[in-house]
Design a protein around this ligand. Sequence first.
Ligand code: C2E
Ligand code: MG
Ligand code: MG
Ligand code: MG
Length: 296
Amino acid sequence: HADVALYHAKDKGRNNYQFYTTSISSKAPEVLTIEKSLRHALEREEFVVYYQPQINIHTGKITGMEALLRWQHPEMGLVAPNIFIPLAEESGLIVPIGEWVLRTACMQNKAWQNAGLPPLTVAVNLSLKQFREPKLVQTVAQILEQTELEPRFLELEITETVAIEDLNFTKKVLQELEQMGVHLSIDDFGTGYSSLSRLQLLPLHNLKIDRSFIRELTTDVKVAHIVKAIVTLGRNLGLRLTAEGVEKEEELEFLKSINCEDVQGFLFYKPLSAQKATEILENTIANSHKCSSEQG
Ligand code: C2E
Ligand code: MG
Ligand code: MG
Ligand code: MG
């Protein structure tokens, strides 16, 4: 089932025209079933937010958590976002689902702070439709107020493709969010057709270098040069740099040597359930107490 959905979602992504002219009934039954159950997934509380730690390369400390959505489907099991998010996007369901993710992630971060864990940023992904939704800024403000999370502990991620589609619109929305105190990040940097000279017009805090670059970092010297150039230019523009998908020690060493700041990847942690993430945060403070008392 999952494979069928993925195939169709990709197909439509490539050709919107085809999507709008194709009648619903021509969709594969599997896709219809998934779309239908997606509609009820929120009410049935089938969504789960996982959290992947982001680590400061130089201190080794967790500085943030990226909220990553999962769907606990009664028959299909845990469904990955690449499979259902394109369908949610297409049907518009991504707006209420995304709002739920945002609220859940802010609540979780506030709960960690209330439990006395070291303050960290929670990063939430926004898709194109969410970003274009006129009430976005209002929704974010409302959620921050309700959850009592300070805006600087929330980071919103948009891809560079979303960012540059209508640069004036993007600038307006990001300025409003920035005034609120929310942090803004470009996700999957390097995969679109943007350039830093255009992105620097936006009030950004962070650039996330796409996993496809990190994967080739130690095998293709040209890729290493590109990543080094991105990090250097990004840092000179005052941005924080996060490398996504770090899996190997050599990759980490290289990123450290070029002064990249944060890393996120399986070398450290996979996305974790809220409970597991909480345990890890608790362990890190327990260990740091141990270290400081050993030193002292
Ligand atoms: P993303 O925002 O670029 O998130 C990073 C993805 O890379 C995650 O996949 C994460 O599990 C994966 N990853 C991180 N480190 C490694 C690594 O070392 N190796 C490998 N192989 N993979 C790594 P995930 O959770 O499957 O999410 C896929 C995409 O789905 C996300 O990419 C994001 O674009 C989208 N997504 C996830 N949650 C949400 C959400 O709440 N809303 C929206 N709009 N999109 C979401
Ligand atoms: Mg992301
Ligand atoms: Mg990414
Ligand atoms: Mg992505």
